[in-house]
Design a protein around this ligand. Structure first.
Ligand code: AMP
Ligand code: GLY
Length: 424
């Protein structure tokens, strides 16, 4: 089968490497792909948001199945466009992708269907938002309604910081139209867990749980990034919590979307916080997480293409989805300076006998030489019998991947190892 994967980051590289294991896959095309993905797929260079070019390419090249991985094309309706020309897809349609595309929509849905989440208020008028903040409990959380490259959330520790975030969204419009509506939300505390799931509107099948490390610095310090590393499974996510989440969050969300006439098919990502009052939803994503995918898919033992096709057809209940009981750790190597200013263009060396997978995010081929081209350059994912083993292996093998000015956190998984002791 000829497969088209829309996207061009580390997540897409992990999806492509996983799909390649399927005996039924003959060719994989990526839109756009990147210099590292080029080793595993044919990179078309077509932008992930260029829906006209994507549909034309899929038609001209007789693509049998498409996987739309990033949020933007999903929210823009890439799946609707591809399905309209008869190409089956993995990913939610536009009506369902709104679950990530609009925070106001997702908060209102959770309220309507009693799905546990932080208390909130919605504003489309800046003066009203600022008036509300005068008496709101602090800390508080300010969220731009729409997609904002993952930067639309401010956890404000002071009233001034919250006001600044409101002005940035609504006056300075730093996120464009995304910030013309905002959500101001109760500040929750507790361990965070990412749970990606396959759902076709009939069943929800959670994948192995994971933990992201969003801040740039060790000990969760410094600015937020696109994710500096992940581990799976997440030790905080016990069987008991998993059961509660299935009953109070996962199934109710699937049923709510069905009831709204917005059946969700694809990967539904639950960003959860385990609070003193039980698990609550911090965010929904309508897609695989990045870099969660880089630890989740290496642990998948079943055939990814079969699962994706079954999801599209609404036949997930008949499909085996099995994960290994091993652990995984993904270490992200970034360009020094990221998420602020950084330099690129440095050659990357990856030993051929590396005992880990490399998922390339920000690199391009320059005369056949792989060179850095982005902030997050690549992820090194290792599997171990225990979490400790996976972490040690990721660091040992990660040290063999070299480029100038490389930066990585030194404590990916450290919190999870401590949690393992706590929950024992
Ligand atoms: P997001 O950009 O939606 O992934 O959010 C970034 C981070 O902000 C989350 O991973 C949480 O750590 C934090 N966050 C979001 N909402 C809340 C909340 N209501 N309370 C506390 N922290 C939050
Ligand atoms: N790792 C968080 C996300 O993909 O949004």
């Amino acid at each position: 089968m000829k497969i088209l994967v829309v996207g061009g980051g580390g997540r897409e590289h992990a999806i492509i490497k996983s799909l390649k294991k399927s005996p039924r896959v003959s060719e994989i095309y990526a839109a756009p792909g990147n210099g590292g993905i080029a080793a595993d797929a044919i990179c078309t260079g077509i932008g992930a948001k260029d829906l006209d070019a994507i549909t034309a390419f899929a038609k001209d090249n007789a693509i049998d199945f498409a996987v739309v991985a990033p949020d933007d094309p999903l929210v823009l309706g890439a799946v609707d466009r591809l399905e309209a020309i008869g190409i089956p897809c993995f990913g939610p349609n536009k009506a369902a992708a709104i679950l990530e595309g609009s925070k106001v929509f997702s908060k209102d849905l959770m309220k309507k269907y009693n799905i546990p989440t932080a208390e909130y208020a919605v504003f489309d008028d800046m003066d009203q938002a600022l008036a509300y903040l005068k008496t709101a409990p602090i800390p508080t959380v300010v969220k731009a309604d729409g997609l904002a490259l993952g930067k639309g959330v401010t956890v404000a520790m002071t009233r001034e910081e919250a006001e600044e975030a409101v002005r940035a969204c609504m006056e300075d419009k730093i996120f464009g139209e995304s910030g013309s509506h905002i959500v101001i939300e109760e500040f929750l505390t507790g361990p965070e867990v990412s749970v990606l799931s396959f759902t076709d509107g009939n069943v929800v099948i959670p994948m192995v749980s994971s933990m992201d490390h969003k801040r740039i610095g060790d000990g969760d310090t410094g600015p937020n990034t696109g994710g500096m590393g992940t581990i799976a499974p997440n030790p905080y996510y016990t069987d008991e919590i998993a059961k509660t989440c299935m009953e109070t969050i996962f199934l109710p969300t699937m049923h709510a979307m069905n009831a709204e006439g917005r059946t969700f098919k694809g990967c539904l990502y639950f960003g959860l916080m385990l609070t003193e009052n039980g698990p609550k939803v911090i965010e929904y994503n309508c897609r695989f997480g990045d870099p969660e995918t880089q630890v989740v898919l290496p642990l998948l033992e079943s055939d990814l293409l079969t699962i994706m096709e079954a999801t599209a057809k609404g036949e997930l209940d008949k499909t085996e989805v099995k994960f290994s009981d091993k652990s995984a750790c993904c270490l992200v190597l970034a360009s020094q300076g990221y998420p602020k200013k950084y330099e690129t263009g440095y050659p990357i060396t990856i030993p051929a006998d590396l005992d880990a997978e490399v998922y390339v995010a920000g690199a391009k081929l320059d005369d056949g030489v792989l060179k850095t081209s982005g902030g997050r350059v690549l992820g090194v994912s290792a599997i171990g019998n225990t979490l400790k083993e996976a972490i040690e292996k990721a660091y040992r093998e990660g040290a063999k991947v070299k480029f100038e000015n490389a930066y990585c956190r030194k404590d990916i998984g450290a919190k999870a190892l401590r949690a393992e002791e706590e929950v024992k």
